[in-house]
Design a binder for this molecule. Structure first.
Ligand code: MG
Length: 212
């Protein structure tokens, strides 16, 4: 069932409750037909929404993150969190936070963490995915790579979801929006209404229709 939002407030993360509920509903429908994949686990807030939906269908959520923090989460940057800094290794480390969240929400039978860059996880991937949630690093090249390496694994009828789509540039970086709009214009997807900052696309054409 939909996770308790008061309980979820204790998890670090940048997902609004409206976005969380939307991810839950999308994953609940999608995961009837195959596993879901998230890029950018961080401390697991969105993995709880997606994972709880997958759990109902006895499906799997793969969640990919190198857990060293994105560009803007490094020391001295806007979103640096000293609680997530490992003094021994001298680097950001969000993996303990994710493991804590998965245990606390009883999701260790459903959510499979992949601790690496998303392009490495994609290199020999061969399983069709029912939902792909792109919420990793927000540098233009990172978002573009995440889209390009995973989009061919989305099954027809599956959802491609981008986080942090800001229609007003004053509210946030534009790289996710630019890649989302590129995907929306590809002809591969039907464009669904934006929910808060979630850009949602539903794949409608088979893979052999992709043109570059
Ligand atoms: Mg985000």
């Amino acid at each position: 069932m939909l996770p308790d939002e008061q309980h979820l407030q204790g998890i670090k993360g940048f997902l609004s409750p409206v976005e969380g509920r939307c991810l839950y509903e999308l994953a609940l429908a999608a995961s009837q037909t195959g596993p879901c994949l998230e890029i950018g686990s961080y401390c697991g807030k969105s993995a709880v929404y997606l994972g709880k939906a997958c759990q109902i269908n006895q499906a799997i959520l793969f969640t990919v993150d190198h857990h060293r923090g994105s560009e803007e989460q490094q020391p001295g940057e806007l979103w640096f969190d000293p609680q997530l800094y490992n003094m021994q290794t001298g680097s950001v480390d969000t993996l303990p936070g994710l493991r804590h969240t998965l245990a606390a929400f009883d999701l260790e039978d459903t959510v499979v963490p992949l601790v690496c860059h998303s392009a490495i996880a994609a290199r020999q991937w061969a399983t069709p995915l029912s939902l792909i949630f792109i919420d990793g690093g927000h540098a233009p090249a990172t978002v573009q790579t995440d889209y390009e390496v995973w989009v061919s694994h989305l099954r027809p009828g599956g959802y491609l979801v981008f986080h942090d789509i800001y229609l007003n540039p004053d509210q946030g970086g534009q790289a996710p929006r630019e890649v989302y709009e590129q995907a929306a214009a590809s002809g591969l997807f039907s464009v669904q209404p934006v929910v808060d900052t979630l850009g949602i696309l539903k794949r409608i054409f088979p893979l052999n229709k992709i043109t570059h």
